[in-house]
Design a protein around this ligand. Structure first.
Ligand SMILES: Cc1cc2nc3c(=O)[nH]c(=O)nc-3n(C[C@H](O)[C@H](O)[C@H](O)COP(=O)(O)OP(=O)(O)OC[C@H]3O[C@@H](n4cnc5c(N)ncnc54)[C@H](O)[C@@H]3O)c2cc1C
Length: 353
C-alpha cells in the first residue's frame, strides 16, 4: 500500500484549492493538491465576470483579463430596464485557473492531476489514479475544495443543500458591449438569464432552480434566450462551447470540522442571488490555507476554527443578506416585476438596506 505523507491535503484544484495550496506552500507546508481533471480549470464552466471590488481583493493577473465592464443592465419580465454603474472585469477563466495553480506549484505545492479522492479510511484518504491505481494520503489537515458536490463535505456531513442549475454557450456579439446584461423571466424560476460580453464574443446562459426543470428543461430555457437575443440583433451564430454546472446558493452549516475545512463552492460560498463564486473561492482558499498552516505548525486543531471567524468577517454579511433576499424572491416569484428590485443587485433598492 502506497501512503503519501503531507502536512495538508487539498482535494480539488479549482480557484479555491489552488489558492489554499499557494497560501499553505508559501508558509513552508508540505502540500498535496489532487484534481480528478487532467487540466484543472478545463472545460470552463463559468460566465467569467468578477465585480471590480472583489477583483481588486484577489488581484487578477493582466493576461487573465478579457475586458472591462462598466454597467449592469437588468430586464424584468414586464420589459422594465434598469442600468446601473457596476464596474467589473470579464476574465479568461482557464488562464486564471492556470495562473493560480502555477503559483501554487511554484511555491512548492505538489500537484497530481487525473487523480480522484475517493474515500476516507479513518485518517487516510484513498486516491484513485486515472489508470485505476489506489494510493493513500495521510495529512494533518484536509481542505475540501472539490466544488459544489463536495465529497469531503460528505465525509464530514456538511453538504450544500440548495443549487441553481446553469447552462451556457459562447456566442459572437453583433456589436461591442460594456455592460453585463441580465434577464429575468418567470420561466427561469429562482434564477436568471445572462449575456456577458468578452471582446467580440459573449457568454449567454441561464440558471434555474432544479424543482422547475421538469416543466421547463434548462436546454429549452437557454435556447429560448439565445433565440430572443438573436432576434433582437445582439448576438450571431455560430454558438459553441456548451457548458454547464451547479451553482450553490446556500452555504453549508459548518465550514470547519475537526481536521477538515471546506472552501469555495464546497462550502457553498457563491453569492446566493448572483451565483458569483470565483472571488469567494480564492479568498476562502487563501484564508483556509493560512489557518491550516498555523494549525499544523502549532499542532493544535482548534486553530483551524479561526478560518471560520475570518471568513465570516469578510463574507458573512453579503452571504446572509443574499440568502434572505433569495428566499423572499422565490416565495414571491410570480410578483417578480415588483420584488426584483429588492432582490437583485442591479437595482439601487437592493443596496439600500
Ligand atoms: C455556468 C456557471 C457560470 C458561472 N459564472 C460565474 C461568474 O460569472 N462569476 C463568478 O464569480 N462565478 C461564476 N460561477 C461560479 C464559479 O464558477 C464557482 O463559484 C467557482 O468555480 C468555485 O471555485 P472552486 O474552486 O470552489 O470549485 P471548482 O472550480 O468547481 O473546482 C473544483 C475542482 O475540484 C475537482 N474535484 C471535484 N471532486 C474531486 C475529487 N473527488 N477528487 C479530486 N478532484 C475533485 C474538480 O475537478 C474541480 O477542478 C459560475 C458557475 C457556473 C456553473
Amino acid at each position: 500500500m502506497v501512503i503519501h505523507r503531507y502536512d495538508i491535503l487539498v482535494v480539488g484544484g479549482g480557484p479555491a484549492g489552488a489558492s489554499a495550496a499557494s497560501a499553505a506552500a508559501s508558509r513552508g507546508m508540505r502540500v498535496l493538491v489532487v484534481d480528478k481533471r487532467t487540466v484543472p480549470g478545463r472545460p470552463v464552466q463559468c460566465a467569467e465576470y468578477i465585480p471590480a471590488q472583489l477583483a481588486r481583493d484577489i488581484a487578477i493577473p493582466k493576461e487573465a483579463i478579457s475586458q472591462v465592464i462598466r454597467f449592469m443592465k437588468t430586464t424584468l419580465p414586464d420589459g422594465t430596464i434598469s442600468k446601473i454603474r457596476a464596474p467589473g472585469l470579464m476574465i479568461h477563466r482557464e488562464r486564471f485557473d492556470t495562473f493560480l495553480m502555477d503559483e501554487a506549484v511554484n511555491k512548492g505545492a505538489h500537484l497530481l492531476t487525473g487523480v480522484r479522492a475517493e474515500s476516507l479510511h479513518s485518517n487516510l484518504v484513498r486516491l484513485r489514479t486515472r489508470e485505476g491505481r489506489e494510493e493513500y494520503v495521510h495529512a494533518e489537515v484536509v481542505i475540501g475544495a472539490d466544488g459544489p458536490r463536495s465529497l469531503v463535505g460528505q465525509w464530514i456531513d456538511e453538504t450544500v443543500s440548495d443549487f441553481v442549475y446553469a447552462m451556457q454557450v459562447r456566442v459572437r456579439l453583433a456589436r461591442p458591449m460594456d455592460a453585463t446584461e441580465v434577464y429575468f423571466d418567470r420561466k427561469f424560476y429562482g434564477g436568471y438569464g445572462w449575456l456577458f460580453p468578452k471582446n467580440g464574443e459573449g457568454n449567454v446562459g441561464v440558471g434555474i432552480k432544479p424543482h422547475d426543470l421538469s416543466g421547463w428543461p434548462l436546454s429549452k430555457a437557454l435556447e429560448s434566450l439565445v433565440n430572443d437575443l438573436e432576434s433582437k440583433g445582439k448576438i450571431m451564430r455560430p454558438y459553441h462551447a456548451l457548458a454547464g454546472g451547479l451553482i450553490p446558493v446556500k452555504p453549508v452549516g459548518q465550514i470547519v470540522k475537526g481536521r477538515f475545512a471546506l472552501v469555495g463552492d464546497a462550502a457553498g460560498l457563491a453569492h446566493p442571488i448572483t451565483g458569483a463564486g470565483i472571488a469567494a473561492a480564492v479568498i476562502s482558499g487563501r484564508m483556509a490555507g493560512s489557518w491550516a498552516s498555523e494549525t499544523v505548525r502549532n499542532d493544535d486543531l482548534s486553530i483551524l476554527n479561526q478560518y471560520t471567524k475570518e471568513l465570516a468577517g469578510y463574507l458573512g454579511r453579503a452571504l446572509g443578506h443574499g440568502r434572505k433576499r433569495r428566499c423572499f424572491m422565490e416565495d414571491k416569484w410570480m410578483e417578480l416585476d415588483t420584488i426584483a428590485r429588492f432582490c437583485w443587485p442591479g437595482f439601487k433598492e437592493y443596496h439600500a438596506n
